[in-house]
Design a protein around this ligand. Structure first.
Ligand code: GCB
Length: 601
């Protein structure tokens, strides 16, 4: 799926701005609200999560449908073009209507979808209505629990509890665009760059949709360097281009070529599209994670798309600052915990040379454990009850379709903290890991991130994956306040993993301690800045002893919003930065460590 850009043959209109917004009282679809202009609306920013900016508990905690509406005018110049409405993300389900007519629906809150609009109508104005539903249950990703209860004196109380530890922000959270292509157009581009001993080789495949017979058209491919020089040319829908004097894409030293595909009909330009592409190799070999044939050490974070006011809403300023802060610290990578992030951020990471582990929204896929409450709640087996499998396949397909060409993406994470210790996990994940490998043209490594109960003795999925990803909180949830004991326990677990999976690279995908900025104690005590720094230190002392250890991602980059529960004091405070991006002491400590560790070892 191609990201909408301007080219000589394509236009893009950003539909961001103020939309009409309304909570559904349960009658919206029944009463066909889409047929008329919405009434009794409030203004709503798009893109943004609606929850915090509504300034009411009713809006913040609404469960069910919300309605968005805007009116657009299609410029005359686009009259003969193919018009596509593209929704960057609608969390978690959406139905789209144009002038009251249903045109599309989509499940999954963190990946784009699009629908072609008819452009033949004389009507320049169109009314776009999008109904967004935020319910999470055992068939959605992420997973949640939906509950209704009759409470005396109140009536029906509806609860929609996340089975994960971040606020269930929702709405139209990413850019919405209207873009045009010619009637014959480039539909997709698949790029496989290879780094060779004397240069680079780019395999490409262009898919097109053509109005008349194929012989009339010629597809021309060009590879252009950062100075705008054409360095290789090809013809046809697929082919290979070799590049001499190759500039590689390196972590923190990105170099991006532009792959330009053009459809010509004789002398006539039909369509053209430009895709950035970085040349780098990725491979897991001999217990190491190799980028460009050199052993890479991941230094960075599990993140969230989260900021004050906009919630999970796309925030370009925050994205720029976050990557700058990561560079300031000597970090080189992050994991898109716990859902695919915006395409704009992925493009920025390509450009900044930040390495990304791309994760699906499969979080909370565990019916006996809730990351929100920390409790083991039920006794049923997850894998005989959960209904996420088909949707899990869909999000993997769509995530890879969207992100396959990104140089920054070096590994796929199929899930976070699923019930990988339960019987049935292997059978659930085997086809998903196979699908990931089959769909990725660049054959990147695959991981499934596990939690504390997925011990070397119980874990069922380690043999399926290339890299072991551990979320472990020794010294926080385990051995709270006992950093000396925590250190011994962590070392023992890692040693047991080395025994179970000899030679398999492992990394810490999460480790962290809740820390209230400004809390201090002479004797490091939980929740103080001193404790967070010491907690990280003992973890690092253990990591540094393990030869197959390939990286450390601290949980979390910044404090973030969660649902209310007894374990969270106004959100998760494991950030190395506050939610406003002010450094805690740990940021300075990590900076010292990471600037002293090379990206390659
Ligand atoms: C985890 C989860 C993450 C939580 C974190 C915590 O293991 O993957 O989503 O926020 O623990 O802080 O408890």
């Amino acid at each position: 799926m191609l990201y909408p850009i301007f080219t000589e043959t394509r236009g893009v209109l950003n539909l961001g701005g103020i939309w009409e917004f309304k909570l559904d009282d349960g009658r919206g679809l029944k009463d066909k609200w889409f047929e008329q202009k919405l009434t009794d609306t409030i203004p709503m920013a798009v893109p943004a999560s609606f929850n915090d900016i509504g300034v009411s508990g009713e809006i913040k905690n609404h469960v069910g449908d919300v309605w968005y509406e805007t009116e657009i005018t299609i410029p005359k110049v686009y009259k003969n073009e193919r018009l596509v409405l593209r929704i960057g993300a609608a969390t978690h389900k959406a139905s789209v209507y144009v002038d009251g007519v249903f045109v599309a629906e989509h499940k999954g809150g963190f990946l784009p979808f699009e629908v072609e609009l008819s452009s033949d109508s004389e009507k320049a104005k169109r009314r776009i209505t999008i109904v967004v539903n935020n319910i999470i249950d055992d068939s959605t990703l992420p997973v949640g629990v939906y509950e209704e209860e009759e409470v005396e004196g109140i009536g029906k109380v509806v609860r929609n509890m996340p089975n994960f530890d971040f606020f269930n922000y929702a709405g139209l959270q990413r850019p919405i665009k209207l873009y045009t292509t010619p009637r014959s157009y480039i539909k997709d581009i698949e790029l496989v760059p290879q780094v060779t001993t004397d240069g680079g080789l780019l395999s490409y495949r262009v898919s097109t949709v053509l109005e008349s017979v194929e012989e009339d058209y010629l597809v021309v491919a060009q590879l252009i360097d950062e100075e705008g020089k054409n360095v290789a040319t090809g013809e046809g829908l697929q082919g290979e281009m070799s590049v001499s004097d190759l500039r590689r894409w390196e972590p923190l030293n990105a170099y991006l070529y532009t792959f330009k595909a053009t459809i010509m009909k004789g002398e006539q330009l039909i369509d053209t599209y430009e895709e950035p592409i970085g040349f780098r190799s990725v491979e897991v070999r001999d217990g190491k994670f190799l980028i460009n044939d050199k052993p890479f050490y991941f230094k960075g974070f599990g993140k969230h798309e989260d900021s004050p006011i906009a919630g999970r809403g796309f925030n370009e300023a925050v994205n720029v600052m976050d990557l700058r802060l990561m560079k300031w610290m000597g970090a080189n990578s992050f994991r898109t915990a716990h859902y695919p992030y915006s395409e704009e951020l992925m493009r920025l990471a390509d450009r900044e040379g930040i390495v990304v582990i791309d994760e699906t929204p499969a979080v909370g896929v565990h019916l006996n454990f809730s990351a929100a409450s920390g409790g083991f709640t039920k006794e049923d087996s997850t894998w005989s009850r959960i209904k996420t499998f088909d949707h899990h396949k869909d999000v993997l397909n769509d995530m890879i379709a969207r992100d396959k060409n990104h140089a920054c993406v070096v590994m796929w994470s199929v899930a976070n903290e699923a019930a990988t210790e339960e019987e049935g996990a292997y059978e659930y994940f085997k086809p998903l890991v196979e699908l990931t490998r089959e769909r990725d043209p660049q054959s990147r490594p695959v991981m499934i991130v596990t939690f504390i109960k997925s011990t070397p003795e119980l874990d069922k999925i380690a043999d399926l994956i290339d890299v072991l990803g551990f979320n472990r909180y020794y010294g926080w949830y385990e051995n709270s306040g006992e950093l000396d004991v925590a250190k011994v326990r962590l070392a023992a677990e890692l040693a047991a993993w080395e025994k179970r999976c000899p030679g398999k690279p492992m990394m810490m995908t999460e480790y962290g301690a809740d820390t209230i900025a400004g809390y201090h104690e002479i004797v490091p005590t939980m929740f103080t800045e001193e404790y967070q720094s010491d907690y990280l230190k003992i973890n690092h002392e253990v990591f540094d002893q393990v030869p197959t250890f390939i990286g450390e991602h601290v949980w979390n980059f910044a404090d973030f919003a969660t649902s209310q529960n007894v374990r969270r004091v106004n959100g998760n405070k494991k950030g190395v930065f506050t939610r406003e991006r002010k450094p805690k002491n740990a940021a300075h400590e990590l900076r010292k460590r990471w600037t002293a560790i090379d990206d390659f070892y």
